[in-house]
Design a protein around this ligand. Structure first.
Ligand SMILES: CC(C)(COP(=O)(O)OP(=O)(O)OC[C@H]1O[C@@H](n2cnc3c(N)ncnc32)[C@H](O)[C@@H]1OP(=O)(O)O)[C@@H](O)C(=O)NCCC(=O)NCCS
Length: 132
């Protein structure tokens, strides 16, 4: 799993308990996962269909640097299934896990459309120099 995005936990991200607000974290994850799905499927019309059980494993505090990891676990006909983990960048302690997030690839009509992808594409392969 690649941890691409780092976030700095700021005062506006806290709950009344003084720890990272779950809603902020879920927003970051949904956005990160949507970007991952868009890049993998090569289509901007991708929507969140399903998010499985979310486990808030441990709290994060103001000033912490956290990182978001996403990887694809399954390519369906019109869907892509991802798994996600958020951890403390410094200590590597797990903060949250989401076992399954399903995104659906849509056509211009807004209906599910086959994406034709079967495996993870890496950026270096997607933008390969033809002269190589
Ligand atoms: C996404 C949407 C168009 C899918 O419509 P639908 O009628 O469920 O479509 P389908 O039954 O053809 O399913 C589409 C894909 O989703 C998968 N899927 C449907 N329901 C699912 C569920 N509960 N869990 C996991 N996967 C599911 C199907 O297996 C299918 O994948 P596949 O083609 O790879 O096999 C529709 O549900 C929708 O518009 N939902 C709202 C999306 C949204 O607003 N999200 C929040 C903002 S991004």
């Amino acid at each position: 799993m690649n941890f691409h995005t780092r976030k700095w936990v700021k005062p506006e991200d806290l709950n009344p308990n003084g720890t990272l607000f779950g809603g902020s974290l879920l927003r970051w994850i949904d956005e990160e996962a949507a970007i991952y799905a868009i890049v993998q499927l090569g289509n901007q019309r991708v929507v969140t269909k399903y998010i499985s059980e979310i486990n808030f494993v441990s709290a994060s505090r103001q000033g912490d640097i956290i990182e978001l990891g996403i990887t694809a676990t399954e390519f369906g006909r019109t869907s892509i299934t991802l798994t996600c983990e958020v951890r403390n960048k410094i200590t590597r302690k797990s903060i949250l896990t989401v076992e399954k997030m399903v995104f659906v690839n849509l056509g211009e009509d807004g209906l599910p459309a086959p994406h034709g992808r079967t495996e993870i594409k890496y950026v270096k392969d997607q933008f390969k120099d033809d002269s190589e």
